[in-house]
Design a binder for this molecule. Structure first.
Ligand SMILES: Cc1cc2nc3c(=O)[nH]c(=O)nc-3n(C[C@H](O)[C@H](O)[C@H](O)COP(=O)(O)OP(=O)(O)OC[C@H]3O[C@@H](n4cnc5c(N)ncnc54)[C@H](O)[C@@H]3O)c2cc1C
Ligand SMILES: *[C@@H]1O[C@H](CO)[C@@H](O)[C@H](O)[C@H]1NC(C)=O
Ligand SMILES: *[C@@H]1O[C@H](CO)[C@@H](O)[C@H](O)[C@H]1NC(C)=O
Ligand SMILES: *[C@@H]1O[C@H](CO)[C@@H](O)[C@H](O)[C@H]1NC(C)=O
Ligand SMILES: *[C@@H]1O[C@H](CO)[C@@H](O)[C@H](O)[C@H]1NC(C)=O
Length: 503
């Protein structure tokens, strides 16, 4: 969701300013920890905090409730990774893999004084002869899009270029193409995984089918995915997309949601992607509304959708642009050069069927007072992703560990951003309160709480992330027991090894 911060800052820049699950503790060491040393083959790839590059190699996107590290391991190849994992699990060390470093779940706070396994050396992307793509886990969305797009192909990716492509896939992987092609994980053909003890296995529809199923939706739980092969699809509209960004004053909220609800009630065009942000003018602290429309199809059709909004917008830009370029130009004046780190990002989210206007009006007014009381948190936003559904629904319900095929209409995110930590407590309380408000069945339109795993906080029932069906719990817990018997991969929304652990 860098998108939304960029959106707010970028548009305002243009317009105004010129720019609960805790890792299981275990102690099964026969020897003291310091009696273990890195195997000689990989010793030069492990560094403690005295290494000059230590901060650079261990920095992650968000500093909210973060994991902490006292060593970093940068394996150069699969064999090194295997040796390193075997060593770490044998030595009883806590470790955490890093791909794009954009995971922001507070569950990661359970990982302290750990070894970071920095996977940046696995940053390859190759289009194969059969037009599938091989993705190394160190690659970011920007790299995946560039290579696949230049081959005249596409697949579902997230909107932010610096997010880890594999990292996002592990929780499902939502994106603007999902209405056409399903989730990023729906395109997965096979993956290579390094297990806790260094064993390398393959997972696909043919081998280790159970692991293959679990990797797609709960994939942070079973090992380190090294690389994977994905299906790609012929570029829609020759790879050209219509994109429009618009701004609205707060009094237009009803009109914006009326148009959006009209589009939803007609059955959202599978190709259409809408993003709505309620943000703040950083000078006046007045709320404002941003709408981004992306349509991979004829310009006139995209314009038709955008005109429904631009009719009453304060500003509007539009263009036809290549999919490969979209991260750079979909949002005016935003140069995605930084994907900046160093801020606290505390986000709560909820999936909803409905976007009930009156509730967004209440949320906007409450957001207005929150920002006026806490001006340094004016980069915080309420963000809504409304993307096509048909591609997700096209796969059977039990296709993968992603459980929300028929309940994935709108992602509503309460995203609190600040550098000044004195606002942390109030920001958390505010976002939590509104997440809870929108989670009520009469507001969300779903009978139970539905959460996208990668957007989850740490307080939701695990069933909201992984599904409420007993068979899903059984299948995931069995996988956990067999692939991660010691709970070494429990940092990110850990699947419980026992059925009793489900909430
Ligand atoms: C700015 C921003 C924009 C986003 N936009 C989208 C979006 O459009 N669509 C979407 O679906 N999601 C999006 N997300 C959510 C994103 O999918 C998650 O934050 C995801 O965890 C990021 O993966 P990463 O590799 O960057 O993070 P990391 O922090 O590196 O990884 C996240 C977790 O996965 C584990 N992990 C990483 N790599 C592996 C591996 N190879 N094998 C096993 N475990 C691994 C890590 O140990 C960690 O627990 C966004 C997040 C941010 C911050
Ligand atoms: C780490 O260093 C590289 C190379 O100088 C730089 O591009 C990158 O932004 C740095 N990352 C962080 C998090 O400081
Ligand atoms: C634009 O607004 C006018 C008046 O508000 C309305 O009559 C017209 O139908 C709108 N056009 C579109 C394309 O929505
Ligand atoms: C808005 O937030 C930015 C970043 O925290 C800060 O520099 C700026 O002063 C804030 N605006 C106001 C009016 O306080
Ligand atoms: C490694 O771990 C896996 C998963 O727990 C297990 O199936 C396998 O037998 C282990 N391999 C060895 C050599 O112990």
């Amino acid at each position: 969701m860098l998108l939304e911060y960029s959106l707010v800052q970028g548009l305002l820049g243009a317009l105004l300013l010129a720019p609960t699950t805790v890792a299981t503790p275990y102690s099964r060491n026969h020897r003291r920890r310091d009696e273990y040393v890195w195997p000689t083959e990989v010793a030069d790839q492990a560094h403690d905090s005295s290494w000059p590059d230590f901060v650079n190699k261990t920095t992650r996107w968000s500093t909210y409730e973060p994991p902490s590290f006292n060593e970093v391991f940068l394996p150069e190849n699969v064999e090194d990774l295997s040796i390193g994992l075997k060593y770490l699990s044998g030595a009883g060390k806590t470790f955490l893999a890093k791909s794009g470093g954009h995971g922001y779940s507070p569950t990661l706070h359970a990982i302290q004084d750990a070894v970071m396994i920095n996977l940046e050396n696995f940053d390859y992307v190759t289009v194969n002869e059969d037009l599938s793509v091989t993705l190394g886990t160190g690659a970011k969305f920007s790299e995946l899009v560039e290579v696949v797009g230049n081959a005249g192909r596409e697949l579902t990716v997230g909107a932010c270029p610096c997010v880890g492509a594999m990292g996002a896939m592990l929780g499902g992987g939502l994106g603007r193409f999902q209405g056409l092609h399903g989730l990023t994980s729906d395109a997965l053909r096979s993956a290579r995984v390094a297990l806790w003890n260094g064993t390398i296995v393959e997972a696909s529809a043919d081998v280790n089918q159970d692991l293959f199923w679990g990797l797609r939706g709960a994939g942070q739980n079973f090992g380190v995915v090294i690389d994977a092969i994905f299906e790609t699809y012929a570029a829609t509209n020759g790879g050209q997309q219509y994109s429009s960004d618009m701004t609205f004053s707060a009094d237009k909220l009803e009109a914006v949601f009326d148009v959006t609800n009209q589009l939803l009630s007609d059955g959202l065009d599978p190709a259409l992607a809408l993003a709505i942000a309620i943000g703040s003018n950083p000078v006046t602290l007045e709320p404002l509304i941003l709408v981004n429309v992306v349509y991979p199809g004829p310009e006139e059709k995209g314009q038709e959708y955008a005109r429904l909004y631009s009719n009453f917008s304060d500003s509007m830009t539009e263009q036809m642009t290549a999919w490969t370029n979209l991260a750079n130009v979909a949002l005016p004046s935003v140069v995605i050069s930084g994907c900046p780190t160093g801020n606290q990002h505390n986000q709560y989210s909820i999936m909803t069927k409905d976007l009930k206007t009156e509730h967004f009006r209440e949320a906007l007014e409450s957001y207005r007072s929150f920002v006026q009381q806490h001006p340094t948190a004016n980069n915080s936003v309420i963000f809504i992703e409304t993307f096509g559904q048909a591609g997700i629904k096209a796969f059977p319900d039990d296709f993968s560990a992603f459980p929300h095929r028929n309940q994935f209409d709108n992602a509503v995110v309460f995203s609190m951003t600040y550098a000044d930590v004195s606002v942390a407590e109030d920001a958390d309380a505010w976002a939590l309160q509104w997440r809870d408000h929108f989670a009520q069945p009469e507001v969300s339109g779903y009978d139970k709480m539905v959460i996208y795993q990668n957007y989850a906080h740490d307080d939701e029932p695990l069933s909201a992330l992984y599904g409420y069906d007993g068979w899903r719990h059984e299948r995931l817990s069995a996988l956990k027991k067999s692939y991660d018997p010691q709970g070494l991969f429990n940092g990110y929304h850990a699947v419980p090894a026992d059925l009793a652990g489900w909430s």
